[in-house]
Design a protein around this ligand. Structure first.
Ligand SMILES: *Cc1c(COP(=O)(O)O)cnc(C)c1O
Length: 370
């Protein structure tokens, strides 16, 4: 028997992560491109960096690396519970939001179960369904690339187990309106759990955005996922969390590995949550950066979507594979090419530092001869 044949019967047949240029760490991109300076605007990383208070707390935590961390992340649970006005038992931590998506799949998906996923959204929902031998069912987007909840409801069958929504949605930055969410939850049959990924929650604002935590409090079958990777700027520490009704949280605890979140990340998270001034600062930088991009896109005649995240979806009207390559090879600027979604002239651009955004804008002016 060949070793290749020994993997389990249900085994994901997808491309491993890390094979694309835009997914490499910046130092490796420099090597590949042979450039000393590379601007990476493909990962929605926060250019501000972690709160100084979080750094201090993490430095302290390192001294106790000989001790195992709290299995559940008790102090983090407590702090989030306080902020969101839920109970600590409504909260579960993960090694990044990505791990949470996998754990939800491991908890709920049998081979043959269906998972409804919007066509244009974060790819990990798709990958985790595959991992479990479940069937991803793609729901088309609205004309304006908004998530179409009616199209999702129309695709529910007796085999549907999960629905994955991302709000604000990555890669469009668009949000789902409150009224639509309310009506959606009212129409949901009781054999379906809705996962709502709110990785960009803290960036989203205004009357259009509505978090789904209130639905959790009303005991709807909703599981909200958040992360410390985006506004809290701790992507490398790997810390995500979920908020849901106790039966969902307890079920996921059964598949969680005992010490999935390290103590350094836990310490950093508590300190980060206490430093809301730092969050305000990140928001300010993000707003200024988005406005820079919007203005340039308008001058260049591109269409874009007003974003509730730290990235902007833009349609340049020009082949995005070619534009990606030109930006990378000539200017050392890495963006996210959205061709994989069939959006062949669209890019997602992270809101980097002002210098990074100015470099991108200059490059676009040169390429489009404006
Ligand atoms: C970045 C991102 C994540 C992953 O976050 P980690 O906590 O770093 O794993 C999950 N969902 C969405 C929508 C994201 O954009």
């Amino acid at each position: 028997m060949k070793i290749e044949q020994l993997v389990r019967e249900v085994y994901p047949n997808l491309m491993p992560y890390t094979s694309k240029l835009a997914d490499l760490p910046v130092e490796e991109i420099k090597k590949v491109l042979g450039k000393e300076r590379v601007f990476k605007l493909s990962f929605n990383e926060n250019p501000l960096g972690p709160s100084p208070k979080a750094i201090e707390a993490m430095q302290q935590a390192i001294r106790k690396l000989n001790l195992y961390p709290s299995s559940t992340g008790a102090l983090v649970q407590q702090k989030i519970a306080e902020m969101e006005e839920v109970l600590p038992e409504n909260i579960i931590l993960s090694n990044g939001a990505d791990e949470m998506i996998t754990m939800v799949a491991q908890t709920y998906l049998d081979p043959g179960d269906e998972v409804i996923i919007p066509e244009v959204t974060f790819v990990q929902y798709f990958a985790s369904a595959h991992l479990m031998g479940a069937k991803p069912v793609l729901a088309p987007m609205k004309e304006d690339l908004g998530i179409d909840l009616q199209a999702i409801l129309d695709r529910i069958t007796t085999k549907t187990k999960l629905i994955c929504l991302c709000n604000p949605n990555n890669p469009t930055g668009a949000v789902i309106r409150k009224q639509e969410l309310v009506s959606f939850f009212q129409q949901l049959p009781d054999h379906v759990i809705v996962v709502i990924d709110e990785a960009y929650h803290e960036y989203a604002g205004g009357p259009e955005y509505f978090s789904s935590i209130p639905f959790v409090k009303e005991n709807y079958p909703v599981f909200v996922i958040r992360t410390f990777s985006k506004i809290y700027s701790m992507a490398a520490a790997r810390l995500g969390y979920g908020i849901g009704p106790v039966p969902i949280v307890n079920a996921i605890h059964q598949v969680r590995s005992p010490f999935n979140v390290n103590s350094v990340a836990q310490a950093g998270a508590v300190a980060s949550l206490k430093d809301q001034e730092h969050v305000e600062q990140a928001l300010k930088i993000n707003e200024a950066g988005k406005n820079l991009l919007y203005k340039a896109f308008e001058e260049l005649g591109f269409t874009y979507i007003k974003s509730h995240g730290n990235f902007v979806y833009v349609n340049t009207g020009y082949n995005s594979g070619e534009l990606f390559t030109q930006l990378a090879e000539q200017y050392g600027i890495i963006v996210r090419n959205l061709s994989g979604y069939g959006l062949t002239t669209s890019l997602r651009i992270s809101v980097g530092t002002e210098d990074e955004l100015q470099a991108l804008i200059q490059a676009l002016y040169l390429i489009f001869e404006k």
